[in-house]
Design a protein around this ligand. Structure first.
Ligand code: SF4
Length: 315
């Protein structure tokens, strides 16, 4: 088997706060292959953004490994880490996170090339114009400041900036969540076009399973710091095995009537605190199928079908 482009292997990440230990990730394993989109879905607070930060090496892991082309990059520091960061880029929910309000679009796009000493001035400007065109903007927009653009245009600039160093993978963390519905569809289709033309892989993070379904080749579902199901997109969407995944699908506007009427289709109660996750299966406090076994022992991920994994005692 060829190595995946990016892999997290048994990653655990806890944060020590005044309130106690936040168990953001516990034994999380994921991978993204070249040119592939892995959709990562789950409620707010389930650990998705910590996965993004771990993948980008913006935070260290407590245990486990982060592999790029099979090489453990967990210990990389300084210039060795900078090299990694040219291959992995990120697009945030709010483009303001990557755009300085006082810096023109052209300068913002040129900056990564300057920092990494790529090309002379004329070549850099040509690349800026090329990238603006690739994301559906005009070359004259290089002279604009971010506030002179619409929200959708700003997100296109953020995508262009992520593309400047020709990365292998872009982590999109709720990248379209703040956009209006019509603009969201345009930006999603832009990301798909870029994947097809440039061969980029995405780790596409969203709380919205319908968006993740549209974008992804495979889907991973997280609940309270753990992956509870993952597999090929159609297998997860059409034949979800975990009660939590089924409930997420049932809540999507496009869900079939049978899915909405199944027991457990509506998740009751709040997401428990990651400071004190429930014992046994972490979903048992909200699961319509919970048994004594679920309250006592944590289910492990098992492969139920080719590439389709689930962590549930009764799935
Ligand atoms: Fe529900 Fe039990 Fe499966 Fe957890 S292990 S999802 S509580 S049935």
């Amino acid at each position: 088997m060829t190595e995946p482009l990016l892999a997290l292997r048994n990653v655990t990440r806890h944060f020590h706060t005044q309130a106690g230990v936040v168990r953001a990730l516990d034994d999380v394993s994921l991978h993204v292959s070249r040119g592939e989109t892995l959709g990562l879905v789950g409620e707010s607070g389930c650990g998705k953004s910590t996965v993004a930060r771990v993948a980008m090496r913006l935070t260290d892991v407590d245990t486990g490994r982060v592999l790029l082309d099979g090489e453990d990059i967990g210990a990389r520091r300084g210039s060795a880490l900078d090299t990694i960061r040219t291959r992995l880029q990120m697009v945030f929910q709010d483009p303001a996170a990557s755009l300085n309000p006082r810096t023109t679009v052209g300068r913002a796009l040129e900056e990564p090339l300057i920092v990494h000493r790529r090309g002379a001035s004329a070549a850099r400007r040509a690349r800026v114009a090329e990238m603006l065109d690739k994301v559906g903007l005009h070359a004259y927009m290089a002279a604009r400041l971010p506030h002179e653009l619409s929200g959708g245009q700003r997100q296109r600039v953020a995508i262009a900036r992520a593309l400047m160093l020709e990365p292998d993978l872009i982590v999109c963390d709720e990248a379209v969540s703040a956009l209006d519905v019509s603009i969201r569809a345009q930006v999603l289709n832009l990301l798909l076009d870029l994947r097809d033309t440039l061969g980029i892989a995405y780790l596409f993070i969203s709380h919205d399973l319908a968006v993740v379904r549209h974008m992804s080749d495979r889907i991973a579902v997280m609940y309270l710091g753990q992956v509870v199901e993952q597999g090929p997109r159609d297998a997860v969407w059409d034949s979800a095995l975990h009660p939590y995944t089924r409930a997420l699908i049932a809540s999507a506007p496009s869900a079939r009537r049978e899915a909405r009427e199944r027991p457990g289709a509506v998740i009751e109660g709040e997401l428990p605190s990651p400071l004190a996750p429930p014992a046994g299966c972490r979903f048992h406090t909200r699961c319509a199928y919970a048994s004594a076994q679920c309250r006592e022992s944590a289910p492990v991920l098992r492969e139920r079908d080719a590439g389709h994994w689930v962590a549930c005692h009764v799935a």
